[in-house]
Ligand binder design. Structure first.
Ligand code: HEC
Ligand code: HEC
Length: 263
């Protein structure tokens, strides 16, 4: 059975209190998947096998990138939908920010998230059933595939400069007054991530960053409770809007596709 989803993600800007995600079945192809098939190259990333549990359950330690690419494009026989419907084949998702950019995140971070969705430490109406439908080999292969993609950053509207400035201070310096250490302390200089455990924030969509920080604050995202939940609880709504706006406009290691005028 091949099901297609239309996902209406009503994420009303970084000031909204919650991103509301409505899932509906439909005949039409997802917009997220359309027209985003460029630039995804599947090369294994040298992040090491990583001692996550699923690897011990799977038959082989070597990921099958080709199999991972098929899952991304078509889903699995066991019922997981094509990841490309929401994350695009090249992992850049779409500019709404309802779906995180996953291109080039480390294998072990991506696999940890899938296992956390499946176990319920992280909860999401869309991702939980999808993660549960993947077996250990699927997770090993599809995460290896997306870790090797480097789709371009999409061109996005410029954010409010005052918000970006405030976000930059939190990201680079933190706040002595609120006892928040700088985000880049853990997320690496420029927010490029500390592979394998800590994800990049540079170039991540602001709506998604704000959404997931609020999930930690509300206790819906319970993974890494000792690190990120602690940080998230110290951030007020304006802090969240500020760091989210800041990181979205930090150049990710992959540049915005250059726009060339045609003669
Ligand atoms: C119907 C839409 C949809 C499909 C299809 C989908 N995802 Fe997701 N995915 C989401 C949403 C929404 C989130 C954010 C959930 C949240 O933060 O609570 C997400 C989050 C994730 C994350 C966490 C990323 C991070 O930065 O923490 C991973 C990993 C992921 N998806 C992998 C996959 C894989 C692999 C597939 C295909 C097998 C897939 N997704 C298919 C909607 C989708
Ligand atoms: C003490 C280390 C530490 C600090 C400081 C820290 N983080 Fe994190 N962050 C982590 C870890 C570890 C993860 C991965 C959690 C997991 O495994 O799900 C993470 C994940 C995240 C994610 C999820 C990204 C995704 O793709 O889902 C966001 C957003 C984030 N951090 C934002 C911030 C912001 C903003 C700050 C500063 C205000 C910050 N972090 C400071 C350790 C830290």
């Amino acid at each position: 059975m091949k099901r297609r989803y239309t996902v209406l993600a009503l994420v009303a800007g970084v000031h909204a209190t919650a991103g509301l995600i409505v899932l509906a079945q439909s005949q039409s192809a997802s917009q997220a998947a359309a027209g985003a098939n460029k630039g995804g190259t599947a090369t294994p990333q040298g992040t090491g096998a990583g001692p996550f549990v699923t690897l011990f359950q799977s038959k082989s330690l070597e990921p099958d990138i080709q199999h991972g690419a098929v899952i991304a494009a078509q889903g699995t026989a066991a019922g997981a939908p094509a990841c490309a419907q929401c994350h695009a084949y090249n992992g850049v998702s779409d500019a709404s920010g309802a779906f995180p950019r996953i291109a080039g995140q480390s294998r072990s971070y991506l696999a940890k998230q899938l296992n956390d969705f499946a176990s319920g430490v992280r909860n999401n109406a869309l991702m939980t059933p999808i993660a549960k439908a993947l077996n250990a080999d699927d997770i090993r292969d599809v995460t290896a595939y997306y870790a090797g993609t480097n789709g371009p950053a999409l061109p996005l509207k410029p954010p409010d400069p005052a918000l970006v400035k405030r976000g930059e201070a939190l990201a680079k310096i933190g706040s002595a007054e609120k006892q928040i250490q700088s985000c880049n302390n853990c997320h690496g200089p420029g927010g490029v991530g500390e592979s394998p455990a800590i994800p990049y924030l540079a170039g991540q969509y602001s709506n998604y960053i704000a959404f997931t920080l609020r999930e930690w604050r509300r206790g819906y995202r319970k993974n890494s409770s000792d690190q990120m939940a602690v940080v998230a609880h110290k951030l007020n709504d304006r802090d969240i809007a500020a760091v989210a706006a800041y990181y979205q406009q930090v150049a990710s290691p992959v540049k915005v596709a250059e726009l060339q005028p045609k003669e």
